[in-house]
Design a protein around this ligand. Sequence first.
Ligand code: HXC
Length: 239
Amino acid sequence: MQTRALVRLGANACIIGRDAEKTEAAAKDIATVRPGAKVIGIGGCDVRRVENLKAAADRCAKELGGIDFVIAGAAGNFIVSMEAMSSNAFRTVMEIDVLGTFNTIKATMPHLLQSPDARINYVSATFHYTGMPMQGHVAAAKASVDSLMASVALEYGPRGVTSNVISPGAIADTEGAARLISTDEAALKHHSRSIPSGRLGTVKDIADATVYLFSPAGSYINGHVLVVDGGAWRRQGGS
Ligand code: HXC
């Protein structure tokens, strides 16, 4: 949805994924939002392998003429208690979220530094503000993503690259909400009432925040965590 919104507004884009068929189909679908849009789908790309990302970034820059905006959004997630989680399960999520984010920065930074107006947006979460049962691995990983974002803001702000996090809350009609809350209408309604804004988020809420950060209106925002959750995180932990 983030990429779709940016393409609708005039951007060309490259998306990556592990599954070639799904990634290429998604790219084709996104390209339909604007006549003339160029959207490349690169499959077989695992964010844990920096060489995959470097090849993808180089191809993207070559075919689209450069890279101005990067969304680092790869995330592993499953619901599991600490005692049931294997060390490999913990490592897998840390590697997808943290190493994957580092690899994304590493692969795209040479191209971003050529851009007159470069922006990076990381997709994080709010679990680590309070801790979250059954999400210990994800909370640890997202804390690291926020930290990487801040270091990039300080290190590359002077060289013209802004670096910000968007932290979504529960988003309606997504696998995440279904897994972490419920698919049951009544349960979702009940959960909505606990959110200060009175509703679940939408994918459009996240796309709108991304457009804002990537627009001229967001040019002086650097090193910021933008929580897009209707105020929910302020009640996390039971207050
Ligand atoms: C316990 C699990 C598990 C599960 C995998 N593992 N799934 N452990 N419960 N449900 C363990 C495996 O047993 C294995 O450990 C280790 O994790 C690696 O699994 P693999 O299948 O070999 O890894 P891989 O194929 O590389 O990746 C698996 C994956 C990934 C990490 C589970 O497929 C994944 O996360 N898919 C979901 C992605 C997703 O939904 N992303 C959106 C996130 S959105 P052992 O010890 O057995 O070898 C989000 C925001 C939610 O997070 C916000 C909602 C409010």
